[in-house]
Design a protein around this ligand. Structure first.
Ligand code: SF4
Ligand code: SF4
Length: 267
């Protein structure tokens, strides 16, 4: 499938010959834009980028979409997966959660059906064996927030994960296809633990909640056989924790095509 360029415009049909002239100029201008882009970027067409993720890895031009180890908004994740599969990424990295993995695979399938792609990105999950900044959420009780607070937490959050619409009868999320009732405070599935809100609260009301992904649940997820790769974030402080996680995963890792271990600090 070749790259396509779309242009939307309005041309008055009142003076017909002027409209024809304008259309001709527009076509020529679009051709100029096309040639400028293709001469500068050398973008591959989707059909020519049908090499496997493994080949990209070996050639050193592997491209991965990182949804976030803690980001769990399945609607956004499905849509991101669809768009990035169309753009030809090699891998989609997501939270080790059954609903999230299903959303990624739905997005990939939808993209393949739309464009008839041969190449399928690998689905990678991220897990941890110890405390790690990738695996945390912010939390606060909005009932404890002073009424006159200017809510800097809401302003600073890059994920629209802090809401005060819950008390509004029309409160809906702009990030879902269907209206849903919002609760005040942190929308847990949208919080990816970036930590930006933590220092800005003038009343020190926000706390971080860290967690370690449950190994047995991860093993069950891997046995579904719709995950291709796994990244284990390890602290590097004690190999015993890594070993414990690895043993708990058992033979569930046998279907994986790629395993990556990231150490935060090696002492
Ligand atoms: S840590 Fe705070 S700022 Fe970052 S995504 Fe979560 S709620 Fe938003
Ligand atoms: S900044 Fe702190 S006190 Fe203000 S709304 Fe946010 S969490 Fe509540």
């Amino acid at each position: 499938m070749a790259l396509r360029y779309f242009c939307n415009t309005k041309i008055s049909t009142y003076h017909h010959h002027h409209a024809k002239e304008a259309l001709g100029e527009l076509r020529s201008s679009i051709e100029n834009v096309k040639s400028l882009i293709s001469n500068t970027l050398k973008l591959p067409s989707l059909s020519s980028s049908s090499s496997s993720p493994l080949q990209s890895l070996q050639r050193g031009n592997w491209v991965k979409l990182i949804c976030g180890a803690s980001f769990e908004d399945v609607v956004d994740i499905r849509n991101l997966s669809l768009v990035y599969t169309l753009s030809g990424v090699d891998c989609i990295d997501c939270a080790a959660d059954a609903s999230v993995v299903s959303a990624v695979n739905e997005g990939i399938l939808a993209a393949k059906e739309i464009a008839g792609l041969q190449k399928k990105p690998w689905v990678m999950i991220s897990v941890n064996d110890d405390k790690d900044l990738h695996f945390r959420k912010a939390e606060f009780d909005p009932e404890n927030c002073p009424a006159n607070c200017s809510r800097p937490c809401e302003i600073v959050c890059p994920a629209n994960a802090i809401s005060f619409l819950g008390k509004s009868a029309s409160g809906t999320s702009s990030n879902t296809e269907l209206p849903r009732v919002l609760v005040d405070g942190v929308i847990t599935e949208r919080c990816y633990g970036c930590g930006r809100c933590l220092p800005v609260c003038p009343y020190d009301k926000i706390r971080e909640v860290t967690y370690v992904r449950d190994a047995a649940t991860t093993a069950d997820l891997l046995r579904r056989n719709d995950v291709d790769a796994m990244e284990i974030h390890t602290s590097g402080r004690q190999s015993a924790q890594f070993k414990e996680l690895w043993c708990a995963l058992g033979n569930s890792v046998e279907n994986l095509k790629l395993m990556k271990a990231s150490a935060l600090q090696i002492k």
